[in-house]
Structure formats: C-alpha cells, structure tokens
Design a protein around this ligand. Structure first.
Ligand code: AMP
Ligand code: ZN
Length: 473
C-alpha cells in the first residue's frame, strides 16, 4: 500500500517495522462535548485505513486515547481547560462529563460502523506514566521548571519543525484567541508538560507529583499512551490535520527526546470537514452531530458514504444538498446490491473474483482512494460475473468500507416483499421523496398534503421502525 506520509510529505510504500504487524495510534476525542460530524470524518477515514490494513493481511494493534484532562482552549497551553469548561456549562463534575461524552462518542461510532480500537485509554488513567516520562525529560535536560509549571525546552532539539510548512509566524498559535502569552516559556514554541500554578484554582482533577499538585499538559498523553501500549517504535500515527501542529510536532519532540531515537514512521492526517462558514469546530458551539442527522431523517451510513466519496487529503464541504445527493446515490447502490443477494452462499468464480477485487485494492493501495474504491463497487455490480461472485466481492469490499450494504439490501428486499411492490410508479416515488424532504424540514403540513396525493394515486404510506413504507392500497 502506498500512503502519503505527512512527515516526509511524500507518498511512500507502507512497510511496518515488524513484517506482518502494524502498530497504529489515533488521537482520540476531547470529551467535553458531542463529537461533531467533522471529528467523525477523521475517525471514519482512520477506520477504513485500519480495516484495509487488516484486509491486506496485517495484524494490527490500534490504540486510542481519550482526552479527559489537560486540553486547554488554546493549543498553546493558555485559556481554559476544555473539560472544566464543559463541566461548568452543564453543572456537572468533570468525570461525569467525561463519562457522558465518551459514551456518546462510542455510540456515534457504532452508528457509523466505526470499530472501537483494540485499546482505549483515558489520559486520567496514566498519570504515573506521564510523571515517569517528564521526570526523565528533566533529567536529560529537555525540560525545565518555571513559574511552578514544567515546560519542554524546544531549543534543545536539533530539529523541531517536523511538519515543515510551519514558520515562526505559525508559532503564534500559542497566543491566539486573544489570550495572554505565557511569560514562563523560554522559547515561544515551548509547551507545558505539567501544570501546577497556572489555572490551578479552576482545576477539579489534580494529582501529586514531584513538582507539586497539578495536572498533565495535553501533548504528553499521546506520547505516553502510545509508548505504554505500542512500545518504542510506532508504525503509524493518525489524526485530523489540525493536530499536526503543535500537537503532533510536540509529541515527536518529547517522544524522541525521551527515547533517544526516531519514534514514528508514518503520519496520516485527515483534512477537515468545512461548512460555508468555515471549519466545523466544537468550540464554536455550532456544529452538526450524528443524532441531528438522524432527527432529520438521514441514515448515519449515508454520512459515511458521503465521506468515502472524497479523498481524505482534501477538505470536504458539507451541505444538505451534498448529503441529499449522497443519500440518493446510496439508495441506488443498495437497490443494485439487492439484485445480487441470490448469490449468497454460492460458489464464487476465483478468476473473476481476482480480476474484479483488483479494482478495489488498487484504489486503496493508492493512498487510500476511497472514492475510487466506491466506484469499484459499481464496476463489480455491472460486470458479467455471476451473482455468487458479485455477492462475495461486495461483501468483502464492504468489510473495509463498512457501508452496511448487504444488511441494507436484505432489509430493502424484505420490505419490498412485504409491500408486494417491486417498483413504485415514478410519480409516487417522486412524491415520496418530496414527503421525506418535508419531514426532514419538519414541515408536517406539507408532508400530510403529499401523503394525501400519494393516497389519491392508490397507495398507502406507513411509518415503520425501519422508515417509511409505501404499498398498494
Ligand atoms: P477533538 O475531540 O477536538 O480533540 O478532535 C478529535 C479529532 O477530530 C482530532 O483528530 C481532530 O484533528 C479532528 N477534527 C477536528 N475538527 C475537525 C473537522 N472540522 N474535520 C475533520 N476532523 C476534525
Ligand atoms: Zn494526540
């Protein structure tokens, strides 16, 4: 598989440190609010990557942290603690907030067919590891104490700007959002490993340490949790593009200073989901969640399909119109899969299988081109292969794409059978679509009017737990 490595800024042949095995680390959510569908774009694409590596025969161990302490509103270690802010907003304790939003995150992941990583570790479970690594960094001369906090000294490194597009100007990230710069820092790019004095009064969770009672900085958690579960040599590290700097840059700095050797080989970054008002972000408070998509009548897997239709290294523009287009395309794809369901359990033609699966693997081998992988599904369905072969191809490809194709097709087939209607007349189908749109917009008066028109054409509309079903009166 060729994959774009952000550290070298090249597409490289993926070769893990140990043949046949992959250690994979993912930056997890900061659990002070619901994950928005932008965050989930990143997790969907990482999920495809993990599943494809498994499909390609690798034994993958994937680890993810849960950020439940230390992430401040400015990535430059100033501002409020996000968790404390969340707890205040909801009049709850930090741990209640953490539990609630961690559960909400995994529930969203389940709806989107995102597999839970092999290891999920909250930062608050690893305080001992953080203290061990910070102590060693101080001993090695890479960290210093100032104003009660412990800082990483970036001037001690030969090379700091690993994702090299960053300039001095970018370092001003530390003082953005109108919050005050931290005068304790010896160099602008230095970052906090352990807080004691700063923000102390606000902090609900704090632990004893050799430097006083306090709490860890955000960056140290990912280095430590990764090393704890995946050892000193990491194959693959993933995250959203905004994590490149300063978070991943700082992870590399402290991990390599601690280990004394290179740490992670491949860096995989997913670009952002944007709306016409810019990047979707939790802190802006205006964002879309999976539950909201469901309330508007969308199957969460339509959102997964929407994400897979574009490349992970391009920004993706969200609009309702784009999502509606994805919903239509997804529905049509499912209808085509219905036609190969009779191939279930049949004997696939090996030659045809190898010929057709190549379109799928070539797409993902080429820097995870999921849009092309989706196109390969259509190629499979319109090929001259028999149903058994097509069924197996779709089933196997979907073990990676996880669009729930077979399940959705079986459901649709069952609905068609029970309604006794193979195809609805075009006029009824069109009215039905309009009615769905009206319901999504919560325009129930219009929805009722459209139901009346459908009834007048001799059809009955029923709301079932599986969605709207239409059958001949
Ligand atoms: P957070 O919960 O804020 O720590 O973010 C969780 C993950 O979502 C990180 O990998 C971020 O880089 C990523 N992320 C944040 N905003 C977006 C966005 N608008 N589009 C895609 N990924 C994002
Ligand atoms: Zn991280």
């Amino acid at each position: 598989m060729y994959i774009y490595n952000s550290a070298t800024r090249k597409k490289e042949l993926f070769t893990p440190n140990t043949e046949g095995r992959v250690s994979m680390y993912t930056c997890g959510p900061t659990v002070y609010h619901y994950a928005h569908i932008g965050n989930l774009r990143t997790y969907i694409m990482e999920d495809v990557l993990e599943k494809y590596l498994r499909f390609a025969g690798y034994d993958v161990k994937r680890v993810m942290n849960i950020t439940d302490v230390g992430h401040l509103t400015s990535d430059g270690d100033t501002g409020d603690d996000k968790m404390v802010k969340g707890a205040k907003r909801e009049h709850k304790t930090v741990m209640e907030i953490a539990k609630f939003y961690t559960d909400a995150f995994f529930s969203d992941c389940e709806k989107l067919n995102i597999k839970t990583p092999d290891v999920v570790e909250p930062a608050t479970h690893c305080i001992e590891e953080f203290i061990k690594v910070i102590t060693s960094l101080i001993e090695k001369g890479y960290a210093y104490e100032a104003g009660g906090n412990i800082y990483f000294d970036t001037s001690k490194l030969e090379k700091y700007y690993i994702f090299n597009d960053f300039s001095e100007e970018d370092l001003a990230v530390g003082v953005r959002d109108g919050v005050e710069a931290d005068d304790n820092k010896r160099n602008k790019a230095d970052f906090v490993l352990w807080f004691t004095k700063s923000k102390f009064e606000d902090q609900e969770l704090k632990w004893d340490s050799p430097w006083g009672i306090g709490y860890p900085g955000w960056h140290i958690e990912c280095s430590c949790i990764s090393m704890k579960h995946l050892g000193e040599h990491l194959d693959l590290h993933c995250g959203g593009i905004d994590n490149q700097f300063p978070h991943h840059t700082n992870e590399i700095a402290q991990s390599e200073a601690y280990l004394g050797h290179p740490w992670c080989r491949y860096w995989f970054h997913v670009h952002h989901l944007n709306t016409d008002s810019g990047k979707m972000s939790k802190s802006s408070g205006e964002f879309l969640t999976v539950s909201l998509l469901q309330e508007k009548g969308y199957d969460p897997l339509v959102y997964r399909f929407f994400c897979l239709q574009s490349h992970y290294r391009k920004n993706l523009m969200f609009s309702w119109e784009n999502l509606d287009n994805a919903a239509d395309a997804y529905k049509k794809l499912i209808e085509r899969v219905v036609k190969v369901l009779d191939g279930k359990g049949g004997k696939a033609d090996d030659t045809k299988y190898s010929e057709l699966i190549k379109g799928f693997t070539d797409a993902l081998d080429g820097d995870m081109n999921t849009a092309q992988a989706v196109t390969s599904l259509y190629d499979i369905l319109k090929s001259d292969a028999d149903s058994a072969t097509k069924y197996k191809l779709i089933d196997d490809a979907d073990s990676v794409l996880s669009l729930g194709l077979i399940k959705a097709a079986e459901k649709l087939a069952a609905e068609k059978e029970s309604s006794g209607n193979e195809e609805l007349p075009a006029e009824v189908a069109e009215l039905l679509e309009q009615r769905k749109a009206a319901r999504r917009e919560k325009n129930f008066a219009l929805a009722d009017e459209l139901r009346g028109k459908i009834t007048a054409l001799g059809y009955i509309v029923e709301e079932t737990r599986q969605g709207t079903v239409v059958r001949k009166a």
